[in-house]
Design a protein around this ligand. Sequence first.
Ligand code: ZN
Length: 263
Amino acid sequence: MVDKEFIEGYSLFRKFKIRVSADLQEWEAVPINMSCPQCKSLQTFNLLDTFLQKGSYLIQSAQNKVINLEYECQSCHSFTRHFYVYVNEDLNEVYKVGQYPEWEIKMDSGLEGALHKHATTFRKGLVCEAQGYGIGAFSYYRRIIEEIIDELLDSISDLIDIDQREQYEEALKKTKATRVTQDKINIVKDLLPSILKPEGMNPLGILHSDLSEGLHALSDKECLDRAHHVRNILTFLVNQIIQTKHSAQLFTASMQSLLNKKK
Ligand SMILES: [Zn+2]
């Protein structure tokens, strides 16, 4: 500890599973990369050793305590970021209970354009996520998926290899016969092109299982994790589809001009 990904990206109250030492002296001070408003750029921040102390005494054990992690910008040495991290009794789970400056509600610009009228709903999801309202965040993201699923699956069809396209089109027809989002996803999830499967992982498969589980039994904290998955998958799919289509267009255009020159 402390984990870079957790400090940089986790929203408040989102649980992070990790084995931590009760002895704060043993915590590894991993630097993080975040923006510095003072330097107006992305900078490396280093953990200050003030977290070892509470007031004027040394913290004996991290168990069941909130630790104040203070990071200082390596470049200007004046801007600091604070993260208040709760360590559970069993020393195997941590989550943020506060952070300053607050978790950024930042919307990916490509996604904002692609989502059009759904961008507002997406932003509401982000706000909920930042506050640790997992049920709310998950519901907003699920709503977007439900509303754009047909469009999303349609736009994938251009990315499918020629020899599999017929099969995909067939499946696509079947998706129109049901109004249930999970069923639609289930019909096409195994036909995804490799460009939409980073490291062999199937985003539609994960989305399917995340959406299938009922919300009623889950707590805000449990929903936060799912909301985070759904948001990442949505962002990945939309961006990847836009990018692939864009580079295919560029490719066709440059091939076209090359061929014209030859003539
Ligand atoms: Zn700075």
